[in-house]
Design a protein around this ligand. Structure first.
Ligand SMILES: O=C(O)CCC(=O)C(=O)O
Ligand SMILES: [Fe+2]
Length: 348
């Protein structure tokens, strides 16, 4: 299927709509689900998941609460600014996912919520564990409760997907659900809001720049505004981008770079980006990574004499640290909250 979606310098660019496999998590035919998932993981690392067990009501509540948070005045949002554990509000341009092609950074704002770990818990020593930043209950009633509920249920969905991934890699079904991997994971819920500024790749303006996700898998829920695009062959010239359309009630699931590493590049983490056509857009990403200490090294079923490991083993915390450093603004950028409200709008 093809559609005309973008016009760059007056030249219409025909952008295809990707047809992704659909995995039914309530299906009884595990063999069929595994083979469909495996084909998707080999081909592009993107697929839809349906019947995942999270109700439409809860999804609607999470989107409603997300809209309310982003609708607060900037001065209120800056009181919730991300902390050194990457929890809390991230303003426009905080992230620059594709530094080579982007002018200012992503035209999106976000809100990171991790697994809640109290400050006095020894686990809070880890770089990505600690307390979250929560809005006051009187500012956004029920907000924390809603996000914590979703956080927990999304992790269950991720674990269900990880069972199919394990089977697709000829591993035992609970391979990734072991204590040292997803038993105590780094799981990050990120609310996203794209303000509607029209993207223009020829000027380096994107909702989100081209990137692949860092972790194990990502579950993505979006409103009904399209914008997500994938590029199955990052080396093609010119690159060919395809839209991934929103499917009501489904998650878009994609594989992250850690899983690509783990699987010795047998499974793919694919380049994706967000192009905004002028309409505001909200999405909810849930990034799933293993435990801080987990050593990500070539899986036993993905190596052979002819196909030796392509990467050295690396600890999850080290890998994640490198990737955050490359793509996120340092906290010192926001010296005072006033900085951002007076921040010069980019010249484009
Ligand atoms: O908003 C979207 O559709 C995609 C967001 C994304 O790719 C990310 O945050 O990693
Ligand atoms: Fe992404």
């Amino acid at each position: 299927m093809t559609m005309e979606r973008e016009s760059i310098n007056g030249v219409p660019e025909v952008t295809a709509v990707s047809t992704l496999n659909v995995i039914d998590l309530s299906g009884s035919d595990t063999h069929r689900s595994v083979s469909s998932l495996k084909q998707a993981c080999l081909d592009c690392g993107f697929f839809y998941v349906i019947n995942h067990g999270i109700s439409d009501e809860l999804m609607k509540e999470v989107f409603d609460q997300s809209r309310k948070a982003f609708a607060l005045p900037l001065s209120e949002k800056m009181k919730l600014l991300k902390n050194e554990k990457h929890r809390g509000y991230t303003p426009l341009f905080d992230e620059r996912l594709d530094p080579v092609n982007q002018l200012n950074g992503d035209y999106k704002e976000g809100y990171y919520i991790g697994i809640e770990v109290p400050e006095d818990d020894p686990r809070a020593q880890e770089p990505y564990y600690g307390p979250n930043v929560w809005p006051d209950e009187d500012v956004l009633p029920g907000w924390r409760q809603c996000m914590e509920k979703y956080h927990q249920l999304a992790l269950d969905v991720a674990k269900a997907v990880s069972r199919l991934i394990a089977l697709a890699l000829d591993l035992e079904i609970e391979y990734f659900n072991k204590q040292e991997i997803l038993g105590e994971p780094i799981a990050i819920l990120r609310l996203l809001h794209y303000e509607g500024r029209v993207s223009d790749p020829s000027k380096g303006i994107y909702g989100a720049g081209a990137h692949s996700d860092f972790g194990f898998i990502t579950l993505l829920a979006t409103d009904d505004v399209s914008g997500l695009q994938i590029c199955k062959d990052k080396d093609a010239v010119p690159q060919k981008w395809e839209y991934v359309e929103p499917v009501k009630g489904a998650f878009v699931v994609n594989l992250g770079d850690m899983l690509e590493r783990w699987s010795n590049c047998i499974f793919r983490s694919t380049l994706h980006r967000v192009i905004i056509g002028g309409q505001e857009r909200y999405s909810i990403a849930y990034f799933v990574l293993p435990n801080h200490n987990c050593l990500v090294e070539c899986l036993p079923t993905c190596r052979s004499e002819e196909n030796p490991p392509k990467f050295p083993p690396i600890r999850c915390r080290t890998y994640l640290g490198q990737r955050y450093e490359e793509t996120h603004a340092n906290l010192s950028k926001y010296q005072t909250h006033a900085d951002l409200s007076t921040q010069e709008r980019p010249k484009t």
